[in-house]
Design a protein around this ligand. Structure first.
Ligand code: E4P
Length: 217
């Protein structure tokens, strides 16, 4: 399973890329709005840092506007994936941009039929939002299970990108279900590095080693 960072913050991205576990980045207008400076320049910097797929979202709401914006975003860097919301306009834009060879991530997916329709128009990725479904007492990961099952029946090349991730358990379940990608806030990735038994174990190893060295001196 691929790991993407769900962030528009270059410092955060730069802090994790050297670990070698990050395959790409997703952004959205809310994340980009938090960052200062020129958004296009920031997307370029993120692309050059991660050297993998970087989702940049359109803000137009009509198909023609999304297509024009998507073409401009795709010119920023070869790694840009154009993100469009799942609406009729988004589906239309996805078909046109995909036919032009521009990769599209269809976002704000909350049902299996939305994912299926996005796959039919050539989406490179569909983004089911699991946390936002959990927030309203719906089964976010259940949606991912259904999408993975549906895509397995056909020959779609569309990848299932689990989004709106809130905890490492979402990562575990996404991997168990065979989702292609999990995009995570930095805090969730950091949480995967924390385990008290690892910390205690390492502390004991080092103490034992020091004791032995002192006894030999
Ligand atoms: C990713 O593509 C989405 O924009 C993101 O995961 C949304 O997460 P949120 O529900 O925490 O805002």
């Amino acid at each position: 399973m691929k790991f993407f960072i769900d962030s528009g913050n270059l410092r955060e991205i730069e802090s994790l890329v050297p670990l070698g576990i990050i395959d790409g980045v997703t952004t959205n207008p809310s994340l980009m709005a938090k960052e200062p400076g020129d958004p296009r320049a920031l997307i370029k910097q993120i692309c050059r840092t991660v050297l993998g797929p970087v989702s940049a979202e359109v803000v137009a709401t009509d198909a023609a506007g999304m297509i024009a914006e998507g073409r401009e975003l795709a010119k920023i860097d070869e790694h840009v994936v154009v993100k469009v919301p799942f609406t009729k306009a988004g589906v239309t834009a996805c078909r046109t941009l995909s036919n032009e060879g521009i990769r599209v991530n269809v976002t704000l997916i909350f049902s299996p039929t939305q994912a299926l329709l996005a796959a039919k128009v050539g989406a490179a990725y569909v983004s089911p939002f699991v946390g936002r479904l959990d927030d309203i007492a719906s089964d976010g990961m259940g949606l991912v299970r259904q999408i993975v099952e549906i895509f397995d029946q056909f020959e779609y090349t569309t990848e299932v990108l689990v989004a709106s991730v809130r905890s490492p358990m979402h990562i575990v379940e996404a991997a168990r279900m065979g989702a292609d990608v999990c995009t995570c806030p930095v805090a969730v990735i950091e949480a995967c590095f924390k385990h008290p038994l690892t910390d205690l174990g390492l502390e004991k190893f080092l103490k034992d080693w020091e004791k032995a060295q002192a006894a030999r001196a």
